[in-house]
Design a protein around this ligand. Sequence first.
Ligand code: GLA
Length: 397
Amino acid sequence: MSPSKKAVKGGREFLSKLVDELDARFGAGDKVRFFRAPGRVDWLGSHTDYNQGLILASTVDREIAVAARLRTDGRLNFYSLNLNQEVRTRLDDNRPDSSHGFANYPKGVIHEMVEAGVPLPGIDMAFWGNIPIGANLSSSAAIEAATVEAVLGLLDRPMTHWERSFICWRAENRFVGLPCGILDQFTIINAAKDNVLYLDCDHLSSELIPFKFNQYYLLVVDSGVGRQLVKSEYTKRVQECRAAFDKLRKAGFRIESLSSLKPGQLKDAEKKLPATLIKRVRHVVTENQRVEQAKKIVSGKDFERLGKLFEKGYQSSSKDYENSCEELDILHDLMAEAPGVVGTRIAGAGWGGCLVSLVRKVDWQEIDESVKGPYKDKTGKDLRFFPVKTGDEPGEI
Ligand code: GLA
């Protein structure tokens, strides 16, 4: 399918600025075209993806836009308007570089596309976005998906959504170096506006469930806690899950992943595992169950029950998977008392970053008023609120 034309809300004014930056920094060139990709929010299925588990997630109405044009001299030039950061490299020297910051994402995608046989002769790219950085709405996967759209669009090449997702996933795993699952990339590339995506990460089978919030909406709350721990703790959890799997296999459990462990087997499995791994496995197994239940609820639209599952998910994350932190726990408890909030869970990886709440009717400013002050008193940190709706899929602007 060729990229569809999409609108960037509130972003038009930046598009001509992106062209000016490209010309001023990298010289005049081919005609510039514009592409975009949305962020994502996970609804349930925390840390289940790299355990071949289940996920419920959607795009959000915030995005990354990129102005791009081909070059013929093997150069790769990147600029971020938000960060005012410029990176120049070459196709024959396209390696991860920690001093390249955001540019490692498009560089990684280009690396993987070239590996996959896409003949890119060089490119200029200027990015702009309104997905808050570090807010667990996956601005990085949106940069990756926008890069795929741009390269395919400029070269006029087809590629399946499945392959696009894996190119981005490999860029993140092999180039950027985070051993993440497929949640972010798959959701951004395969979900759609007014739908929630149900994904089975084992079979990579997915379903789009048509969906309208009506009187409810999702409210993302940024705790103001940076996510410095994410890389080390995330890698540790991946290793713990792997260790638990190995132990259970050795103990005779005929499972293909932690997610193929049945809830009824949990008691027996626990006898074979040390205390920490018991908690990790319990989270994965019960979280998969919650996704199954939530999928039915979303189709039936009983959002009060969905809120209860958010709550159970939060408790499981905080106590068993231990991907919360003191501030997130404080924030969670304040949100639980706030008007209209029917449930709150950790968005994305955790260890700081954001919570996501399901909210009934009440205006988010009212919640802000009741939570901001007490949170500041208890933690010294400032909150940011982002009400989100589902967003348009990636494509050309
Ligand atoms: C991050 C990763 C995802 C997923 C979530 C936790 O967002 O990139 O692959 O593991 O954390 O569910």
